[in-house]
Design a protein around this ligand. Sequence first.
Ligand code: ATP
Length: 436
Amino acid sequence: NLKSMSDLVALCKQRGFVFQSSEIYGGLNSCWDMGPYGVELKNNLKARWWKSMTLRQDVVGIDASILMHPTVWKASGHVDGFSDPMVDCKVCKERFRADNIDMTKPCPKCGSKESYTDVRQFNLMFKTQMGAMEDTSSMVYLRPETAQGIFVNFLNVQTTMRKKLPFGIAQIGKAFRNEITPGNFIFRTREFEQMEMQYFVKPGTQKESMEQWKETRWKWHVENGLRAEKIKWAPHGPDSLAHYADAATDIEYEFPMGWGEMEGIHSRTDFDLKQHQEFSGKNMNYVDQVNNEKYLPYVIETSVGADRCLLAILCDAYRLENAGDPDKERSVMKFHPALAPIKTAIMPLSKKSELEEVSNKLFEDVSANYKSEYDVAGSIGKRYRRQDEIGTPYCITVDFDTLNDHAVTIRSRDTMTQERIGIANVQNYLKDKFKF
Ligand code: ATP
């Protein structure tokens, strides 16, 4: 029940999830930094994706460099085609994506009429110089997608791993796009992280493979705790299909500003391998020893933005309960326990040394297995609220009874119910709760 993105931006800043980049200098447009809880959450999300992709026989991972040979981007089509149509307002100089505004209407920024420049194509790739020479020969790009690092490594991976089709290559890494209109918090930024997997298949089997990956990817999002009614398929019709694809569909999430793409699943044919074969002069054929054939594999790609998926997770987890009731109102982040940045908080009821001694020992034991916090400051109610807002699934309170019964109170974030558990059983209790 998140109403507006600004509520989430405020919570993320206040609670240490996401900060504006270079904030003390006024910030840098569309750039954001992960704070201590943001990075834990994002690392958990990436680890879950990585496991779901690579803990299977048919997918291996790589980590390619961001800077690549400039011809890669000629071959991939990005130099000539990776652009958005752009117009400027002649009066206020504001820049717009031409397909995002109605040019028959006044400028949405300054209100002036009929004042747009002609539509120009604006290439979204960032350029930089490599080495000491500042001429065109030393120009390189920051990769606008991670996929090409996988395509150019196809032969290396296939031969060293002795992989037979079908098999996939997975990668998580940064990508950069000089977006004309970034915005909506971390939804569209100029620097972001992608989690991509390219699955190489025998031509003719791509439809079946695409259906399998669609099912796998949908399930993954639901298993991360996203409510099924907040996600939907958005298939690409012939008009919005990329020129190299024979089918494509997105998984959209209902963000506070509306439905938006979170993941793309694309059937890319043999376009990429064919292009790299042509531009590099290297034979990219797969030798099918079973059928005694040689051919370029087709590719099914699953591509999800780590930051955009993180935004969906944040939006989905946010709940304001008992709004308006001063005694009962609480905001709580209902993260899936596997994603929660902090798993447990250990709280001695007071600063009395007998309680702290037991609590410290418990913290040491528990935090060896689960990222935990130790919190002794303020009323217990306030401490619970703070942990609710960062989505900690379990708070463990050590009180004066603990000294007699050697037990603690474990309070659940979601139900707010409390259970009395013997200290000796805490590890087993948590092990059971964090089974995933
Ligand atoms: P959009 O239409 O939103 O620009 P796209 O169709 O260009 O996205 P792809 O090239 O298919 O996106 O990239 C795959 C995924 O990478 C997207 O589904 C999204 O999650 C993520 N992504 C793409 N561009 C950005 C960006 N500027 N900021 C954050 N994430 C992005």
